[in-house]
Design a protein around this ligand. Sequence first.
Ligand code: IMP
Length: 410
Amino acid sequence: MNVQKLLSSLGPCCAVIGAQWGDEGKGKVIDLLAEHFDVIARACGGANAGHTIVVNGKKYVFHLLPSGALHPGKTVVLGAGMVIHLPTLLEEIHTLEENGIEVVSRLRISPAAHILFEFHKDIDTALEERRAKVKGKGIGTTRRGIGPAYMDKAARAGIRMERLGTDLRKELEERAKDLLAMYGITVQIESELQHLEDARKILNGCVTDTIALLRRSKSILIEGAQATLLDLDHGTYPYVTSSNTTVMGALQGLGLPPSALTSCIGVAKAYCTRVGEGDFLTEVEGETGERLRKRGGEYGSTTGRPRRCGWLNIADLNRGALINGFTHWNITKLDVLDEEPEVPVALGADADGKVAYQTLPGWKTSTVGVTDFRKLPDAAQRFLRFIEEQTHVPTSLIGTGPGREQMIIS
Ligand code: IMP
């Protein structure tokens, strides 16, 4: 493992961005790099994200806090692009503190981040039901209220973190009337106010000018949420999330200029998964899909839904590299392919959606826990080289198991 060489190639401001439909395993590389950066920042999205990382055999799932928050002493930033469900945030803080990891004193939240209320979740559900009725299917959202919170933000009707501690009763009462009329939703005003009060007690000192803080920081690790194909503008619309999940969305969400960024790691699984509805050209069903799902443990960390599974699509990786300017790949979960007799890789699709595959030989050997590229079976090396050749981005990090140490760094 040559972490020092990797770090010098990353420079002081590195973003980690998913290249597929999320769940690529970004948490692990973040966890590996976090100890070498001063600030770990999340920029966009909300509790729809679910970063799972395994440390000393213990599994942690984060929805709002960046997974880098596990590292004591690091400053943790939640940027202006986020929509924050306060009870979830308090719960995550509490879980970490129960495990001896103090968070509040090092947590900084942008005053411009939006508060996501319980009623946003109710609207999410109401809209999904409406879509199912009208179109026969919904988007398959996480029902965490993400779309409705961003709808409020775009309508300039949202409530931001800067207002924590102010009296919001009148505003919520007005909102309750509208939501009852529009969706038949009853807003639980007292409980919403209680959540705000609980959050005020703990988080008031955390709301601060994160832009100034980031400017002063020596090094910043940006933890992307969701992924490129779920981007509101560049993803598989309308089956996308409601934020900008690319590196530009991350910079915007944090208020960082593009010139600050020194590297961008694209994270992609060695195969591909998707939760929710929408096209998935390389999806495989039946026995093979089930095998990938089982070996990869492909069940949503936020909703527990089984993930749809399929083969790697180089065209998506190339597009992700173009949009985000990836400087490094982190190819995760290589070991999930260990049993495959052959590994089809999609090169793209024609206008009718017919996919062209190149079928690479499988390796039928365990790669679990391999930490040296040269110790990988030849066919696995060939698979990784193929990704590099096709995308012109080096495969600098390769995941060979869920644990922190199960990683090749080259
Ligand atoms: P929303 O973000 O809850 O509105 O969901 C919109 C789409 O994005 C759905 O297909 C979700 O399954 C998907 N999605 C949102 N967040 C994540 C994530 O962190 N990982 C994977 N898929 C996600």
